[in-house]
Structures are given as structure tokens and as C-alpha cells.
Design a protein around this ligand. Structure first.
Ligand SMILES: [Zn+2]
Length: 113
């Protein structure tokens, strides 16, 4: 389950940020997870609660925002929307696609006190 490693990475970012600001507590974390990333939001949520135990962000709320997928289609010569990894171009059916958006996970916002 690679969500555990990802959640641990999030904890590091959150704790680093909180320390740099001299915060006592982190009350909320907002994440962005692309529709084309291989991250399962519910699994990540579960791991998030587990790795935050005992940290500054213990019992912090987690908000997850999904970013839509987008890819550049070679035959069409334009950007097209992509719902899932492995999908074909919705315009021409080609698989000659280069994902340009929605394949990453990042920390968007952290609420500290
Ligand atoms: Zn196409």
C-alpha cells in the first residue's frame, strides 16, 4: 500500500511547515490528488489519520480535492480531457497521449495555530 508512504511524506511537509512557523498545532490539511494519479483517496485518508497520530497534526482534518486529468493528444494536436489512466483520446481514440495535468498529489494548504 503506497498510500502509507505518501501519507508519511505529507506528514513531513506538514511538520516542517508547522515548525518553520513556530506553530503548536495543525488543525487542517488540504491535499490535491489528480484523477490520473495512482492514489486512492480513501486509502490515503485512512493512512493520514494513522501517521499523524502523535504529531503536531494529530486529529487535523483532511480535505481532498480531485484535479481533473488532461493529456496532449499527438494525432489531434490538442489537449484533451482524460478521466482515467489508460483511457484513449475522447476525440480520435488514439493512445498517443502525454499526460499534462492531474497525475500528481500535492499539499495545497495547511492551517496552523
Ligand atoms: Zn486525439
Amino acid at each position: 500500500m503506497h498510500e502509507l508512504a505518501l501519507a508519511d511524506g505529507v506528514r513531513e511537509i506538514v511538520e516542517d511547515t508547522a515548525r518553520r512557523h513556530g506553530a503548536q498545532r495543525v488543525s487542517a490539511v488540504q491535499l490535491e490528488i489528480g484523477m490520473l494519479s495512482h492514489v486512492e483517496p480513501e486509502a490515503l485518508r485512512f493512512c493520514f489519520d494513522a501517521v499523524m497520530r502523535g504529531s503536531l497534526a494529530e486529529s487535523a482534518s483532511l480535505a481532498i480535492e480531485r484535479t481533473p486529468g488532461e493529456a496532449w493528444c499527438m494525432p489531434c494536436g490538442k489537449a484533451v480531457a482524460l478521466a482515467r489512466v489508460g483511457d484513449a483520446c475522447p476525440c480520435c481514440g488514439s493512445h498517443q497521449l502525454a499526460v499534462t495535468r492531474g497525475d500528481a498529489m500535492r499539499v495545497v494548504d495547511i492551517e496552523i495555530h
